[in-house]
Write a protein that binds this ligand. Structure first.
Ligand code: SAH
Ligand code: SF4
Ligand code: F3S
Length: 473
């Protein structure tokens, strides 16, 4: 039996899909990357904006072969669940993932041999556990792994579905996270990405008091967890998403600043640069709070890469309020920003406000912010020209590789040429160089660095979205 998983949404969903894959594989299914060849098509949904939901409607309404079955899971809102019910063969709550094999048989979705609940223990020792995150995962990458440390959210920003689709915050116990990470490092993983909707409010139960000499405490916070992992043996990089500005503590900044493996990268969603809108969004901080935070972070963590999320066209957002966001963006000089047009969501508080900014205006505002981002990102990237940095190789293509720096800058490495002396030109970001065929490649059949390898690269070009460099082979 073959399965194919289609994943929408954030890294949390991507990570969940790796756990779904692991469960399906344990009961004997095999992955296929062709939808047409799949017996089971699993769609892991995101409902954060209507556009993501519409794509799923498009998929499930497409003709498919009679033998193919559709399974829906992930973040689904109740009205969509009702409407999708007769198009899907099974809809299950991701938290019930440990019981998925039990659901497949009655739903007539599998011809695999019947597994009685008694021998479920053999493939899923945790199938009775309410904590689906304790199931093992089948990472798609061989060197970079997502490790969810928590799920859910208690913040109830007025526009957001996440507390409704994922429920309240749940933090995984410390030992469980530690064991998973140690296992990954032992298998050669080089990048560990801790996941949570709001990692800063992590509060993990600790059973082993010997950990970190914790004598009395039963729980540890996120900064302590990070420090603990940072002290693990081996060469790897460690990062996390997402941080909420209202919960990012001085303690965490200190841990990041003194960390050996912690990547100098922070995704810190601002959402708006106007205090009135921030209040209407229920974000719990002001523009001034955010600026102070940026100040502290930049002071303590050199070369920190800061990215953000912004919503344009929130109900009632005036031109002046939008300009405040543009002003803040220019002040912060983000390296990256994910700019979203406001989309009213069922069941949220903001759904009661009038969605009065029309589509064209939202698009225009998005465009203006993108232009600001392009400029600040380019300016930030120009600082790397001529520098030699360590990078982690991601994937290879003909004549070049993709990788990332420790502060999560994308980088393209060109192997086909060797470069002459660098001379900086003032007006553009490209350092002029002589592109010459690389003589060293002539006698090398396989000159690519393998994904997951750390190499040193000299940066010779910068664009807003990536750096380019070369390395001597
Ligand atoms: N936990 C993260 C965000 C998760 S949702 C945080 O607190 O920031 C990811 C992003 O989607 C949000 O940061 C927001 O910018 C965007 N988003 C959420 N709800 C939205 C909506 N109704 N319309 C448009 N964008 C939205
Ligand atoms: Fe949504 Fe706000 Fe929670 Fe982020 S913090 S997941 S935006 S409710
Ligand atoms: Fe989407 Fe759910 Fe993530 S709504 S953004 S997949 S938490």
């Amino acid at each position: 039996m073959k399965y194919h998983i289609i994943t929408y949404g954030c890294q949390m969903n991507k990570s969940d899909s790796e756990r779904i894959a692991s469960v399906l594989e344990k009961i004997g299914c095999q992955a296929t990357n062709k939808i047409s060849k799949a017996d089971l098509i699993v769609i892991n949904m995101c409902s954060v904006r209507q556009s993501a939901v519409d794509r799923v409607y498009g998929l499930i309404n497409k003709p498919k072969s009679k033998t193919q079955k559709i399974i829906l899971t992930g973040c689904i809102l109740p009205p969509d669940k009702r409407k999708m019910k007769n198009k899907a063969d099974l809809i299950f709550n991701i938290k019930d993932l440990p019981k998925l094999p039990l659901m497949l048989k009655p739903a007539k979705l599998t011809n695999l041999e019947t597994r009685s609940p008694n021998n479920l223990e053999t493939w899923s020792p945790n199938y009775k556990s309410p904590n689906y995150l304790s199931l093992s995962s089948s990472p798609t990458s061989t060197f970079s792994a997502y490790v969810p440390i928590m799920t859910g959210c208690n913040n109830f920003c007025t526009y957001c579905v996440v507390p409704r689709t994922r429920g309240r915050e749940f933090s995984r116990p410390v030992e469980e996270i530690i064991n998973e990470i140690k296992d990954l490092i032992g298998k050669g993983y080089k990048e560990i990405i801790l996941l949570g909707q709001n990692v800063n409010s992590y509060k993990g139960k600790i059973k082993n008091k010997k950990l970190k000499n914790l004598k009395t405490e039963k729980y540890i916070d996120f900064a302590d967890l990070l420090k603990l992992i940072d002290n693990f043996q081996g060469k790897f990089w460690l990062t996390f998403i997402t941080s909420h500005p209202k919960d990012l503590s001085d303690k965490l900044i200190k841990v990041m600043a003194s960390g050996k493996k912690i990547m100098p990268y922070l995704h810190l969603p601002i959402q708006s640069g106007d205090n009135e809108i921030l209040k209407k969004m229920n974000r719990g901080y002001t523009v001034e709070d955010y600026k102070n935070l940026i100040h502290k972070i930049r002071h303590h963590i050199p070369f920190v890469n800061i990215s953000t999320d912004i919503i344009v066209g929130f109900p009632g957002e005036t031109k002046k309020q939008f300009k405040n966001t543009a002003k803040l963006m220019k002040w912060v000089k983000f390296d990256m920003a994910y700019i979203a047009r406001y989309s009213p969501r069922f069941g949220t508080i903001a759904a009661n406000f009038e969605d009065n900014i029309n589509y064209e205006e939202k698009k225009e505002r998005e465009k203006l912010l993108t232009e600001i981002l392009k400029k600040t990102a380019l300016k930030n990237n120009e600082k790397y020209l001529g520098k030699t940095v360590e990078i982690l190789i991601g994937k290879n293509e003909k004549n070049f590789s993709w990788g990332k720096t420790k502060n999560l800058k994308n980088i393209k490495i060109n192997y086909a040429y060797s470069y002459g002396p660098l001379t900086s030109s003032k007006n553009n970001s490209v350092h002029s160089c002589h592109k010459l065929p690389n003589p060293q490649l002539k006698n090398k059949k396989n000159y690519f660095f393998n994904p997951g390898k750390f190499v040193k690269v000299k940066i010779i070009k910068s664009t807003p979205w990536r750096l380019e460099g070369f390395t001597r082979i």
